[in-house]
Design a protein around this ligand. Structure first.
Ligand code: AMP
Length: 376
C-alpha cells in the first residue's frame, strides 16, 4: 500500500522502518528540511495546510496516518473526504484540546484529577475551588514535553500564571502520584485490539528520560483496568492504529492524564522488547491487517538520548543495549535517539541500564526510579 504520514520526525522514521518490510511505500508531509524520515520515502516539503501538498497526498496515497496530534483539523478533514485517514480525525479533535480530552474521560467514566476550564480571570476562583491547591494550570492546546504549564500554590500565583499563559487554559488538581505509567494499545480496522504491558515512565524537565516494561509491581488487576480504559477510549473514537494513554498511579488507582493518538515514546522499548513493535502494529492496523498480540521474552527498558550524543560505539558495545539514532542535529532538549535494553530478568536489565545511563551526557548520576520499585 502507499502510506502517507503527516510528519517526518523520528516517529515517522520508525513507522517506515516497520512498514517497509510489510511491502508498503511511504510519503511524508513535513515542513522542516532534511527530516529524520527523509531517507525512508518521498518527502513533500510543505506546511501541513498546503492545499497543493494535500491534493498530491490524496492522489498518491491509499491511506493517511500521522505521527503527531497537532495536524490542522481542516487538513485532516480535506484528506478524510478523499481517502481513509487513520486514526480517524475525531481522535485528533478529541486530543488536541486538553479540556475536550478530560471531558471525554469523564463521559466514559475514566477517573482523572479534578479539572475546570479557565477562560477568563473571573473563572479562576471557581476553577481553584474545583481543583484545590496546589493546582496545575495548562494551556488547552499545543502543550508538549511539559511546555505551557505551571504548578501554582496560591490564588495570586495562579493569577500571574494565567496572565502569562494567556486565554484558553485548564486547571487541574496537582496529583501527588507515586509514579507515571502509560499503556500503549492498538485497534485494527476490524475492531481487534491488543495491549502492551503498563510501562513506568520517568521525566526530567518535562522530557521522558527512561521507561521500564512491564512496570514493576503491577498486578494483573491493574493491567486489566488500564486495558479497559484504553479499550473504552478506542471504542469511543472508532479507532484504528496505536494509541497511548498517560496515567498517574496514585494510592493504587489509575488517573488518566492524556491520550496520544499515535505511536508514543513510552512504547519505543517494543522495538526490541516485544516480538511485534508498536510501529509494526500501527502500520498493520491502519493498512487493514489485524494488530498482533505482542509477546515479550523478558523485561525491557528504554533510555532516551536527549540534547547530546553519547559515545555511540561504547553504547553499542554493551550486550543487551540496542541503539536507535534518529539522524538529528544535536540541540539542547532535543530527542536524538534512544537505547533499548533487554535481558533475561530485571536484575540484568537494571545492570545494563546503569551502564548505558552512565554514558549519557548531561544526565544526573543514578538511574531515575520510584523508591518503592527501584532498579535491581
Ligand atoms: P502533560 O503535558 O499533561 O503530559 O504533563 C507533563 C507532565 O507534567 C506529566 O508527565 C507530569 O509529570 C506532570 N503533570 C501534569 N499534570 C499533572 C497533575 N495534574 N499533577 C501532577 N503532575 C502533573
Amino acid at each position: 500500500m502507499r502510506v502517507a504520514v503527516l510528519g517526518g520526525g523520528q516517529l515517522g522514521r520508525m513507522l517506515a522502518l516497520a512498514g517497509i518490510p510489510l511491502g508498503h511505500r511511504f510519503t511524508f508531509l513535513e515542513p522542516s528540511p532534511d527530516p529524520p524520515a527523509g531517507q525512508l520515502g518521498k518527502v513533500l516539503a510543505a506546511p501541513y495546510d498546503d492545499p497543493g501538498a494535500l491534493a498530491r497526498i490524496a492522489e498518491a496515497a491509499d491511506v493517511v496516518t500521522y505521527e503527531f496530534e497537532n495536524v490542522p483539523a481542516a487538513s485532516a478533514a480535506f484528506l478524510a473526504a478523499r481517502l481513509p485517514v487513520l486514526p480517524p480525525p475525531a481522535a485528533l479533535l478529541a486530543t488536541q484540546d486538553r479540556l475536550a480530552e478530560k471531558r471525554m474521560f469523564r463521559q466514559l467514566g475514566i477517573p482523572t484529577a479534578p479539572f475546570h476550564p479557565v477562560d477568563s480571570p473571573a473563572q479562576l476562583g471557581a476553577a481553584l475551588a474545583a481543583t484545590g491547591l496546589p493546582a496545575v494550570i495548562k494551556t488547552r492546546r499545543f502543550g508538549y514535553d511539559g511546555k505551557g504549564q505551571a504548578v501554582v500554590h496560591s490564588a495570586e500565583e495562579a493569577a500571574s500564571v494565567q496572565a502569562s499563559l494567556g486565554p484558553g487554559l485548564l486547571a487541574e488538581r496537582f496529583v501527588d502520584f507515586e509514579r507515571e505509567l502509560s499503556i500503549v494499545a492498538a485497534r485494527g480496522r476490524d475492531g481487534g485490539r491488543v495491549f502492551y504491558p503498563l510501562t513506568e515512565n520517568h521525566h526530567r524537565d518535562g522530557i521522558l528520560r527512561a521507561s521500564r516494561a512491564p512496570a514493576p509491581g503491577v498486578s494483573p488487576e491493574l493491567q486489566a483496568v488500564a486495558e479497559d480504559l484504553a479499550g473504552t477510549v478506542m471504542e469511543r473514537l472508532e479507532y484504528a492504529g496505536v494509541l497511548a494513554v498517560e496515567l498517574f498511579e496514585a494510592r493504587g488507582r489509575l488517573l488518566a492524564n492524556e491520550v496520544a493518538p499515535r505511536v508514543h515514546n513510552s512504547g519505543h522499548w517494543t522495538l526490541d522488547g516485544a516480538d511485534t513493535s508498536q510501529f509494526e502494529n500501527h502500520v498493520r492496523a491502519v493498512t487493514g491487517l489485524p494488530p498482533a498480540a505482542p509477546r515479550m521474552a523478558g523485561p525491557a527498558a528504554m533510555l532516551n538520548i536527549v540534547g547530546e550524543l553519547p559515545d555511540t560505539a561504547a553504547v553499542a558495545a554493551i550486550p543487551g543495549a540496542h541503539l536507535h539514532l534518529y539522524d538529528k542535529v544535536p540541540r539542547p532538549g532535543r530527542k536524538l535517539g534512544h537505547v533499548n535494553i533487554t535481558g533475561g530478568d530485571e536484575a540484568a536489565v537494571g545492570e545494563t541500564a546503569r551502564r548505558v545511563w552512565a554514558l549519557l551526557p548531561g544526565e544526573p548520576s543514578g538511574l531515575p526510579a520510584v523508591p518503592s520499585h527501584g532498579w535491581r
